[in-house]
Ligand binder design. Structure first.
Ligand SMILES: Cc1cc2nc3c(=O)[nH]c(=O)nc-3n(C[C@H](O)[C@H](O)[C@H](O)COP(=O)(O)OP(=O)(O)OC[C@H]3O[C@@H](n4cnc5c(N)ncnc54)[C@H](O)[C@@H]3O)c2cc1C
Length: 445
């Protein structure tokens, strides 16, 4: 693995290789290289071709098949299989003529506008779009590490083998055992996701391990969709809602806490939920309130922009990538655009939906720039659907515009109303399932 200096050095020696491999196609609108064929990158490649079919578009992606993160907690509870998460790139190739290089980027020369891959290919670009996702900072929690995550305490926040391991551990958990989920600090990928996972595991336990319980340990005091999610937990699992949430409920919504222990518990920062360290051998988690002993431990650690962004020098001190909010052009390198989870996008959450809408706006801006046009005024949107149970849906939906150079949320009513009817709640779960399908088609087909 190269460090950042070596990475840039590997890119700097590309002049000769590039001269022998004439990959820049100036005719027909230019060559756009997209690094990372996940949600942001795949959508950008497709929408570049839709904006101008004459553009030459090349995606450099590390894996031949994309493993989707959205909907991946449903593997943990056995609703879908690991295979169901696989998404093919075939349609992007055949329908739109997008070229794919399945390789890893290991060198970058921003002055010469060239990239180098581990397979020793050199690619020159007119414009470069980077959507590398996230990297998980396992070592930020004492006792945790990448090696521990792969073998004993999975995270599964980048879907793959750890997701499958977590599913296996849940099935094998002793009756009456405790599933501890450690939630991450902000900013992080998929804001309602940890709480949805906890809910789905609780629902699973009701059927397969009725005396088991789920404890969420949290370094935060709130999360997006927290009121609607907790109302769902209350109705489905007898969760006792905290007093500060009860007082904000409309008069028409009746909530009576039983006071009895519930199979799902949320320990916030103000109640001592922040984790100080873990013991990977005994699965003991030390928090400010004491020690919690887990039977299955799922940690979603702090995160930052994907390693590629760091290596390419695209990150700032926060670990995320600063961009010109209008086009998502990097504040560091000209003609390089960073979209998706890795970018700093102010009020926009780090979600697949955001990555997709950022990709569309940026693809349009890049096509405009290459055609000598000034990009128009951007508008973005996001909807995060989440489940409190497999038939209990909720959402947060937003529209975003530029305000004083930053991305601001401009929509009014954002959440499923707290007094939504049972039919509306069921419908939101149906929408969530339909969204998984149509969204994948919008990005990858
Ligand atoms: C459990 C879970 C549930 C979620 N639920 C939702 C949901 O309901 N709704 C929603 O909108 N979002 C959801 N998300 C979030 C969503 O999956 C991400 O926000 C989205 O995938 C971000 O897209 P991206 O393009 O930034 O990164 P990714 O989709 O992760 O793509 C990054 C790509 O870059 C490639 N790459 C990285 N480095 C290199 C390199 N050096 N060379 C070549 N390729 C490289 C990777 O292989 C990867 O394919 C969920 C996530 C999780 C984990």
């Amino acid at each position: 693995m190269l460090n950042r200096r070596e990475f840039l050095k590997a890119g700097a020696g590309l002049a000769f290789a590039a001269a022998t491999l004439p990959v820049r196609a100036a005719q027909g609108g230019g060559h756009v290289v997209v690094v990372g064929g996940g949600v942001g990158g795949a959508t950008a490649a497709k929408y570049l071709k839709l904006a101008n079919p004459k553009l030459r578009v090349t995606v450099i992606e590390a894996n031949r098949t994309y493993v989707r993160g959205y909907g991946s907690s449903e593997v943990v509870t056995g609703h879908v299989s690991m295979d169901d998460l696989n998404v093919s790139y075939d349609t992007l190739k055949s329908r739109y003529g997008i070229q794919f290089v399945f390789d890893t980027v290991v060198g970058f020369d921003p002055a010469r506008k060239q990239l180098r891959t581990a397979g020793r290919q050199t690619l020159a670009y007119d414009k470069l779009i980077v959507s590398p996702g996230i990297r998980l900072l396992y070592d930020a929690i004492p006792g945790y590490s990448a090696a521990v995550a792969e073998t004993r305490v999975p995270s599964g926040w980048i879907p793959g083998a750890q997701t499958a391991l977590l599913a296996k551990q849940l099935k094998a958990m002793r009756q009456g055992g405790t599933f501890v989920l450690v939630a991450p600090p902000t900013p992080y990928r998929c804001p309602p996701g940890p709480y949805e996972r906890a809910a789905l595991v609780t629902e699973w336990m009701r059927r397969h391990n009725p005396t088991g319980k789920v404890i969420i340990l949290d370094p935060k005091d709130s999360f997006i969709t927290d009121a609607t999610m907790q109302l769902g937990w209350h109705r489905l699992y007898g969760y006792n809602m905290p007093a500060d949430y009860l007082k904000d409920l409309p008069a028409s919504v009746q909530v009576k806490n039983s006071g009895r222990p519930s199979p799902i518990e949320w320990v916030r920062a103000k109640d001592g939920g922040e984790v100080e360290k873990i013991d990977a051998r005994t699965l003991a988690v030390t928090t400010l309130q004491g020690v919690e002993k887990a039977d299955v431990l799922n940690i979603i650690p702090p995160m930052q922009a994907g390693k590629l962004a760091l290596d390419m020098g695209l990150t700032d001190a926060s670990g995320w990538c600063p961009v010109d909010r209008r086009t998502f052009e990097s504040s560091v390198h000209k003609d390089v655009f960073v979209i998706g989870d890795a970018s700093i996008a102010d009020a926009m959450p780090k979600s697949g939906f955001s990555a997709n809408t950022q990709a569309k706006v940026t693809a349009r801006a890049v096509a405009d720039q290459l055609a000598g046009r000034t990009p128009g005024e951007p508008v973005w949107e996001n909807t995060c659907y989440a489940l409190a149970g497999s038939e209990y849906g909720l959402f947060v939906a937003d529209v975003f515009r530029l305000k004083d150079g930053k991305i601001a949320q401009v929509s009014g009513q954002r959440y499923l109303p707290l007094d939504a009817t049972p039919a509306q709640i069921r419908l939101a779960a149906t929408y969530q399932q339909a969204w998984l399908k149509t969204f994948t088609e919008d990005c990858f087909a």
